[in-house]
Design a protein around this ligand. Structure first.
Ligand code: CIZ
Ligand code: SF4
Length: 351
């Protein structure tokens, strides 16, 4: 990266000292990750921020919903900064609050809402987490989705799973023994979700029609192709991938699981990894004794994650040095309260 920008970022961090804490999501660019005080997935990062109450400024190198979660979990005196406000998440954007409220109204009209528990993936806006908290539901991550769903099915008979259809389906079918027919896909752009009242009444799992534009790109062909090219390769994918991809993979898990698996892998082993490319490239560089490759031949970064680059980070830090808090992310107190309820419910999950 540009030596002048590296020097400026270093100087700004030094000037701010313990007042600033920089969080770097695993999918961030190398030029940004080098300045992260801690790296992790969105949930780990939000908790790290909350565990540092002395850090007045949390600079979140990640996407918007992650900065919101950090604002919800940190104290009122801590301020969360997102270096580029355009760093959103296409998956989180696929579930807007009015759409989810509409879907709930459909379930109310059918008389099944009181038996339905909403569960939302961490990758959703604070508004959606707040909705879920208001309706007795829970947040989940890709590492505790099964436990969250097991809890939800103790509270009710049906789950409305937001916003990632793939995480919901993969968890229900591959980890909980549901059949594909137990799941229906609710399309927010169609009246009634594009489903008949019978389908909505019978389904145990109502999956929101959302997906990750990065993980959704891996196909069964990507898996077959790499197995042909690299005999003995282990295919390791994130549960945001399509069902047929996860089904064909050898191992599936969260980013933290992917990192631990690669770290523990024997020298000489070969791995095709189906997750964001910045992380896969860093894993390959860190483990030259293992053969680590991207699952697909095409390059796929998360374009919104990549909006946070070194110039944006330098700008955000230098603003703080100048006494200005630019790009602060705040969640209104009422939404934050209910979102916190759903997050705390996740923290209270057994196991
Ligand atoms: O796909 C993502 O954006 C992930 C893995 C987010 C997260 O929870 O860290
Ligand atoms: Fe959203 Fe997918 Fe990017 Fe993660 S990788 S921030 S889920 S678009």
């Amino acid at each position: 990266s540009d030596p002048d920008l590296v020097a400026r970022a270093t100087a700004a961090k030094a000037a701010l000292g313990d007042k600033v804490f920089v969080l770097g999501h695993h999918y961030q660019r190398d030029e940004v990750i080098q300045f992260a005080d801690v790296t992790g997935d969105s949930f780990k990062l939000a908790r790290e921020a909350a565990a540092r109450p002395d850090a007045e400024y949390i600079v979140f190198c990640g996407v918007h919903f992650m900065a919101e979660s950090a604002d919800i979990l940190t104290s009122d005196t801590q301020r969360v900064v997102l270096p580029d406000l355009a760093a959103g998440c296409s998956m989180a954007d696929m579930a807007a609050l009015p759409q989810v409220e509409n879907a709930w109204d459909v379930l109310v009209d059918l008389g099944v809402a009181d038996r339905t528990v909403p569960v939302t993936y961490m990758n959703s806006s604070a508004d959606i987490k707040g909705f879920v908290g208001r309706h007795g539901g829970v947040v989940c991550t890709s590492s505790n989705a099964k436990r969250a769903l097991e809890w939800a099915y103790q509270q009710g008979e049906k789950v409305l799973f937001l916003p990632d259809q793939h995480l919901g389906r993969n968890t229900a079918v591959l980890e909980m023994g549901f059949s594909l027919d137990d799941c229906v896909l609710y399309d927010p752009h169609k009246p009634g979700g594009g489903l008949t009242p019978e389908q909505l009444r019978d389904a145990r799992m109502i999956l929101w029609r959302g997906h990750c534009s990065v993980h959704g790109r891996f196909t069964l062909d990507s898996v077959n192709d790499v197995r042909e090219r690299v005999p003995g390769v282990n295919v390791l994918v994130h549960p945001e991938c399509r069902h047929e991809v996860v089904n064909a993979a050898d191992l599936v898990g969260s980013t933290e699981y992917i990192i631990k698996t690669i770290e523990a892998a024997p020298a000489g082993s070969a791995w095709a990894v189906g997750t964001e490319l910045n992380l896969v490239r860093r894993l390959a560089l860190a483990h030259p004794d293992k053969q680590i490759m991207f699952l697909d031949r095409a390059v796929c970064y998360c374009s919104t994650m990549n909006r946070i680059d070194l110039p944006h980070l330098v700008w955000a830090l230098e603003e703080l040095v100048a006494g200005r808090v630019a790009n602060q992310i705040t969640v209104d107190p009422d939404t934050a309260h209910h979102a916190r309820v759903a997050l705390d419910q996740m923290l209270a999950l057994p196991g």
